[in-house]
Design a protein around this ligand. Structure first.
Ligand code: PEP
Ligand code: MN
Length: 264
């Protein structure tokens, strides 16, 4: 069902208020790795509104490699964020980690993110097939393109066609970067499916100073959007500070991505 052979026209995701994710309408999603509190939310919102960015990313449920790391603000954080984001007209992209969170989160999210670690959590994918809100599925840490498509198939077959695919880097033998952003996946996915494809260069390379280069490369590879991490003080971020842009870097990247989109 996610194949172009099944559906010829490209899927367009309607996020409400005239905001879409679709080919030809490049989407920028930015925000902290983790939602950290009221000041952090407000500061990010002010920045994004000034930049004309419509999607704010951030985790309130964080899949951390170590159980002792910050694991997110949970529903209280999400509700506060939702209130402030709605006042500012921003859409929320946030990770759902388990089946039991799908329903409580429903009223407070615009795009449910399925993280790399949950890319093959088939129970979660089944559950997300029953909702009518957009779902963005990240590629598994060691997931093939075909496996990502099968994950999407679960949600689509369950009845939810509001799907976005995300290339976020895979684990390879290379350890000079956190992951290896598979730029190849972007044109391949766009060729195989009718779904929008978003790139996540922050997790893809994991090194702040190289996020810009990989973002622009993703744009030229045909991505329909880019999701990246930013923070007012990356060195103080609760998670993923090493790959998080500051406001000046984020502003510069947004400007360059828009100019790059115009070139393709
Ligand atoms: C994130 O977006 O912060 C995240 C945890 O991503 P991933 O699932 O790709 O590691
Ligand atoms: Mn992160």
């Amino acid at each position: 069902l996610v194949s172009k052979k099944w559906k010829a026209e490209r899927t367009s995701i309607d996020c409400g208020d005239g905001v879409f994710i679709k080919e030809g309408d490049f989407a920028i999603m930015a925000g902290p790795c983790s939602i950290e509190g009221e000041d952090n939310i407000k500061r990010t919102i002010d920045f994004l509104v000034k930049q004309g960015v419509k999607f704010m990313r951030g985790g309130v449920y964080k899949p951390r490699s170590s159980p002792y790391s910050f694991r997110g603000m949970g529903m209280d954080g999400l509700k506060l964020w939702y209130k402030l984001a709605r006042e500012a007209g921003l859409k929320i992209v946030t990770e759902v980690m388990q089946v039991s969170q799908v329903e409580p989160m429903y009223d407070y999210v615009d795009i449910y993110q399925v993280g790399a670690r949950n890319s093959q959590n088939f129970n979660l994918l089944d559950e997300l097939g029953k909702v009518d809100k957009a779902v963005m599925i990240k590629r598994g840490i060691s997931g093939t393109i075909e496996e990502l498509l099968f994950s999407a198939e679960y949600v689509f077959a369950g009845g939810n066609e509001n799907l976005i695919l995300c290339e976020r880097g895979i684990r390879t033998f290379e350890n000079a970067s956190r992951n290896t952003l598979d730029l190849n996946a972007i044109p391949i996915l766009k060729d195989k499916t009718h779904l929008p494809v978003v790139a996540d260069p922050s997790h893809g390379i994991g090194i702040r100073k190289h996020v810009e280069a990989m973002s622009l490369a993703s744009v030229m590879a045909g991505a329909d959007g880019v999701i990246f991490e930013m923070h007012e003080q990356p060195e103080k971020a609760f998670s993923d500070g090493q790959q998080t842009l500051n406001e000046a870097e984020a502003a510069s990247l947004i400007d360059k991505m828009r100019k790059t989109v115009a070139l393709r």
